[in-house]
Design a protein around this ligand. Structure first.
Ligand code: FES
Length: 208
């Protein structure tokens, strides 16, 4: 049974630190989502979800989506308000302009366990900061090259231009991206993080 929430809900849940209360396993809309988080995927069904088992049909990818405040974020919101269903796999991070998304942000998201990263901004002519959308495209190119250098699949990162009026496009992009990631399986970086690496969690803690 699909459950829904708006982009704003998704952001606020992410801001609370992805404490596990975020709902997974259903689609979202603007209404009726707050608080009743539940997971219905394989990720939620095991202790190391989506990593240990390689049944990719059940793999529930973790997506970090950087969305521009003026276009893609409202598109996500509109999709929710209009009850368009899309996979709830993304933690949406609102940025004032997609040009703000430095390649390091993309790499950090992957390092922290994202299986894929979406950067979504305005169409070139619509950017509120004139050259920000072009800068976003350039920055993304750099990020994509670094991702390839790391040996990751190019499909793990995606750049899109989605205006505020293109909620259906946002839905389609999310559906396609999650399907692509499902086909690829869990990110090797995420698996390394879960199984092998000890990352310092607080300032002053040292890696052993
Ligand atoms: Fe949206 Fe610049 S304001 S990409």
């Amino acid at each position: 049974m699909a459950k829904r929430s708006s982009a704003r809900d998704a952001e606020s849940r992410g801001a609370r630190g992805s404490s596990g209360k975020a709902r997974r396993g259903g689609a979202r809309s603007a209404r009726g989502s707050s608080g009743k988080a539940k997971r219905s995927s394989a990720r939620g069904a095991s202790k190391a979800p989506g990593r240990a088992g390689d049944d990719r049909r059940d793999f529930d990818p973790r997506v970090v989506a950087f969305a521009c405040n003026w276009c893609s974020y409202p598109a996500a919101d509109a999709a929710g308000i209009n009850k368009m269903q899309y996979p709830p796999n993304a933690r949406i991070i609102r940025v004032m302009c997609a040009g703000r998304v430095h390649p390091a942000f993309v790499l950090k998201a992957l390092e922290l366990g994202a299986d894929g990263v979406l950067v979504s901004g305005c169409h070139f002519a619509d950017c509120h900061y004139l050259f920000g959308a072009k800068r976003a495209a350039e920055q993304f190119e750099k990020a994509a090259r670094l991702v390839s250098l790391l040996g990751l699949e190019a499909e793990r990162v995606r750049f899109e231009q989605i205006s505020a009026a293109e909620a259906p496009k946002f839905v389609r992009v999310m559906q396609e991206f999650v399907e692509d990631l499902r086909r690829l399986g869990p990110s090797p970086l995420g698996r390394a993080r879960d199984e092998d690496l000890h990352l310092p969690g607080v300032v002053g803690e040292e890696r052993t």
